[in-house]
Design a protein around this ligand. Structure first.
Ligand code: ADP
Length: 229
């Protein structure tokens, strides 16, 4: 099995591409979903966040006010580092658990859908392939205006706070260009899926696992025989 990191930018079409991959039956781990799960009410990460940030980051129902937390860490790098040190370890553990599950289920590759994949370079080290869902800046602005209902000015401000998609292009092994219509995107996703399925990159890990499992069974067999004789 091998890992494929997938990312994009706001409104570049990541959800659209992930939905097509899901339809194809691919194994997908959504980092955003895990990030929400690990801070659910009562989890260790939730308790630590309340301890360090106070009850000001809670909604009336006791859940985390993610927007409030987001605005606190946006302007305070130290608090951002603190929050990351609380949330990243359980997110990594959850990712590992899901990856192992997909491995046991026999998937050849697992897609990790990670919003800031190309911003945090150390993550790309673990990916055999990286995929960028790209769309040209003009289309991105128009789609974001349409989806969010925000003014052009607000949308431009939001995009300015992110790494531009063009700067991520040289960092990706594969690019899905979602500037065109949905059919064109679907065709590119099908091609990518076929290439990844045909790749032999899954073999080393599978051979290692089969060798280890065989060795373990042989060892247990030898031990049991010794006990009996
Ligand atoms: P992301 O997950 O990257 O934020 P989405 O997949 O949600 O982006 O797409 C952003 C918006 O653009 C959505 O409203 C979506 O329906 C629309 N959209 C995505 N791809 C296309 C496309 N190829 N043609 C037209 N509209 C699209």
């Amino acid at each position: 099995m091998f890992l494929v990191g997938l990312s994009g930018g706001i409104a570049s079409g990541k959800s659209t591409v992930v939905n097509i991959l899901r339809e194809l039956g691919c194994a997908i781990i959504d980092a955003d979903v895990l990030a929400r799960q690990v801070v659910q009410l009562g989890t260790p990460a939730y308790n630590q966040i309340v301890h360090h940030f106070g009850e000001q980051v809670l909604l009336k129902n006791g859940e985390l006010d993610r927007e409030k937390l987001g605005s606190i860490i946006f302007s305070d790098p130290e608090k951002r580092a603190l929050l990351n040190s609380i949330t990243h370890p359980p997110i990594r553990r959850a990712m590992l658990k899901q990856t192992l599950w997909y491995f046991v289920m026999g998937y050849r590759y697992v897609i990790l859908d990670i919003p800031l994949l190309f911003e945090s370079r150390h993550l790309t080290r673990y990916m055999k392939h990286t995929v960028l869902v790209y769309c040209d800046p003009q289309t991105q602005v128009e789609r974001l205006i349409r989806r969010s209902g925000l003014s052009r000015e607000d949308v431009l401000k939001r995009l300015a706070s992110q790494l531009p998609l063009d700067s991520k292009l040289p960092l990706a092994d594969h690019v899905i260009n979602n500037s065109g219509d949905r059919d064109s995107t679907r065709r590119q996703v099908l091609q990518l899926h076929a290439r990844l399925e045909a790749s032999l990159s899954y073999l080393p890990v599978r051979v290692a696992a089969v060798t280890m499992a065989t060795g373990l069974v042989a060892l247990v067999w030898i031990l049991l025989r010794r006990l009996w004789h």
